[in-house]
Design a protein around this ligand. Structure first.
Ligand SMILES: [Zn+2]
Ligand SMILES: [Zn+2]
Length: 154
């Protein structure tokens, strides 16, 4: 198993905590709960799975709007990326700076790995602008096979 297969670790949760403290953001109970749930999973999760995992974790029922608000907060501040095509949420692997993440998303096991390559974002911006379009997404998703799954099918 490659370290890269697990972009979210308990360490990521700690990084989110520290970033919130540094930036004066409140990591409320529900927000911290969502962060903990995401940190515990190796693949990006959908909102429903997060609500279920949080309910199990806290041993009580969770009001979905609470989780949706927490997700909005985490996305707005760059802690999570939303993978639009699958409607799941992936932890941002580069919390310390503003960037456009490139998510390599495995179609077989569902795991995603975030890489950063400024030239990719710049190329998309240039190409979009030449079509009179302003690109705004904060994440570029590339669907395919991870190293492990590609190895298995080879
Ligand atoms: Zn990111
Ligand atoms: Zn895979």
């Amino acid at each position: 198993m490659h370290a890269h297969s697990h972009p979210a670790t308990p360490d990521w949760a700690e990084q989110v905590r520290q970033a919130c403290a540094r930036r004066g953001l409140q990591l409320t109970g529900p927000r911290a709960g969502v962060v903990a749930v995401i940190a515990e999973h190796s693949a990006p999760l959908g909102a429903y799975a997060i609500i279920e995992a949080l309910a199990r974790r806290e041993n009580k029922s969770i009001a979905p709007p609470t989780v949706y608000r927490a997700l909005d907060f985490l996305i707005e501040h760059g802690f999570l990326h939303r993978i639009e095509s699958r409607n799941v949420f992936a932890p941002c692997a580069h919390l310390d700076h503003d960037h456009r993440g490139v998510l390599l998303s495995c179609q077989t096991c569902g795991r995603s790995v975030e890489i950063e390559d400024e030239s990719v974002g710049a190329a998309i911006d240039r190409a979009a602008l030449s079509a009179g379009f302003v690109a705004k997404g904060r994440v570029i998703e590339v669907a395919g096979l991870c190293e492990e799954c590609a190895g298995r099918s080879a």
